[in-house]
Design a protein around this ligand. Structure first.
Ligand code: HEC
Length: 163
């Protein structure tokens, strides 16, 4: 009787132990998988302060620090319908290689030339962060941009001038 009770308890304890270690392995494993996935999708690389600094250095000369641009000369990036309805790869191609021709932003027509020097000075992650800043901070959109997107944009090359 006592012997049986003793054995039962021992079995239960070791089963408990097994379940516990099984659980902790499961959590550890899931955590590692999520971490790797997160890094792959650039979930942790976005850094608002750094992104803002890059934006000011590379874009604010024309689009202004607040992203509102100059009406008729430099189109706005803040609350821009072009950004909001646009395609991120197309926007990246413009950032990488410049863009020109007729473009309508928030109902205003622009015939400008955007030159940029970001291609030779910034890495893919920095470039993706600038566009993510434009989406998140200037357009309140939750869009993630990754280094892979920048690689895709580089492969497609310069945009045709808008007609
Ligand atoms: C030398 C001035 C200049 C710089 C620097 C510049 N842009 Fe532009 N940008 C322009 C002009 C001019 C246009 C309009 C081009 C046209 O008329 O086709 C434009 C258009 C755009 C557009 C599409 C229209 C809109 O307003 O939504 C985006 C997006 C954009 N720029 C993002 C950027 C980002 C991001 C940077 C910084 C990496 C940058 N630009 C740097 C001048 C500039």
């Amino acid at each position: 009787m006592l012997q049986k009770f003793y054995e039962d308890t021992r079995n239960r304890l070791s089963l408990n132990k097994f379940m516990k270690s099984y659980h902790s392995y499961f959590f550890l494993y899931s955590f590692v998988v999520l971490l790797i996935l997160g890094f792959h999708l650039n979930l942790f690389s976005y850094n608002k302060e750094k992104a803002k600094k890059l934006f000011i250095e590379h874009c604010s000369k024309c689009h202004r620090k607040d992203g509102r641009g100059i009406k008729g000369v430099y189109p706005p990036l803040k609350n821009s319908d072009y950004v909001q309805k646009g395609d991120k790869i197309e926007l990246l191609r413009g950032m990488l290689f410049g863009r020109s021709g007729r473009i309508v932003v928030n109902g205003e027509v622009y015939y400008g030339v955007m030159t940029t020097e970001i291609d030779s000075t910034l890495n893919n992650e920095d470039i993706s962060m600038i566009l993510e800043f434009v989406y998140r901070e200037l357009n309140s959109m939750d869009v993630q941009v990754s280094s892979d997107d920048v690689i895709k944009a580089r492969k497609l090359g310069k945009l045709q001038p808008h007609k």
